[in-house]
Write a protein that binds this ligand. Sequence first.
Ligand SMILES: C[S@@+](CC[C@H](N)C(=O)[O-])C[C@H]1O[C@@H](n2cnc3c(N)ncnc32)[C@H](O)[C@@H]1O
Length: 280
Amino acid sequence: MTVGEALSQAARRLGEAGIERPQAEARILLEAASGRGRGQIIAFPEHGLTPAQWDVLDAQIARRCAREPVSRILGSREFWSLRFAVGPATLDPRPDSETLVSAVLARISDRNAEVSLLDLGTGTGCLLLALLSELPRATGLGIDICPAACDIATANAAALGLAARAEFRVGDWLRGISAQFDVILSNPPYIESTAIDGLEPEVAQFDPRGALDGGADGLSAYRALIPQAAGGLKPGGLLALEIGAGQGAAVRALADHAGLTDLGSALDLAGIERCLLFSR
Ligand SMILES: C[S@@+](CC[C@H](N)C(=O)[O-])C[C@H]1O[C@@H](n2cnc3c(N)ncnc32)[C@H](O)[C@@H]1O
């Protein structure tokens, strides 16, 4: 089979399975399966695929037709222009979460300062490691209740050359941590339990439930972690929280109750309030 034939067959199968961008995703999978770049695929559609390359692509297309996200099939995803390994135990990092990274950076006036960061529910470590990549003298601790997520975050730190400034530990929010931090950030689980099964299959079937499930009203994690975070911040420290659409008022009330000062919010690319900022 030629590269061009493989591309059209893959795109047709993905389209028939209801995948939104069949051509683009077929090309990404073909690039990975064949080891060819985008330019080569476009310029030389007549080149042949080896049977082994076709077998890899065929298996990848079958997985995507079953609605597994491309990032999980390929084992990694780009976030903040950095590459992160993902696994069954980690949330697939979302572009919307970059809002949190830029909102924190906008509040740090000296990028060379020795800032201490704490990331609660670190998953792949994407938020913490993106910040460490921008703050050369910062150090960070990432906490996750899931040991396998901590292992992936640790491997991501090493792959990005940030291991010397990043530590990952298994834990339940701030329980057992007595240190105080300049910045605490978190993208906690915030989907209402009963809403999860109705999400698109890429999310409901492939993101770990522990990364999504925010309890009956979606706010359980905020109730647990906000009072703890208030105690874990240095005076004047910054708390940055990702929220789901429409959760702003409820999460602000929890932060107010914990004695935190509202510093405003940041919108994601769709114009939805995605990140709330507080100080102690
Ligand atoms: C929405 S995911 C966010 C992952 C990553 N920070 C990101 O933005 O892609 C929430 C994470 O919180 C973790 N988590 C859930 N409950 C936790 C708890 N009690 N203590 C620490 N981490 C928890 C989950 O395992 C999951 O990795």
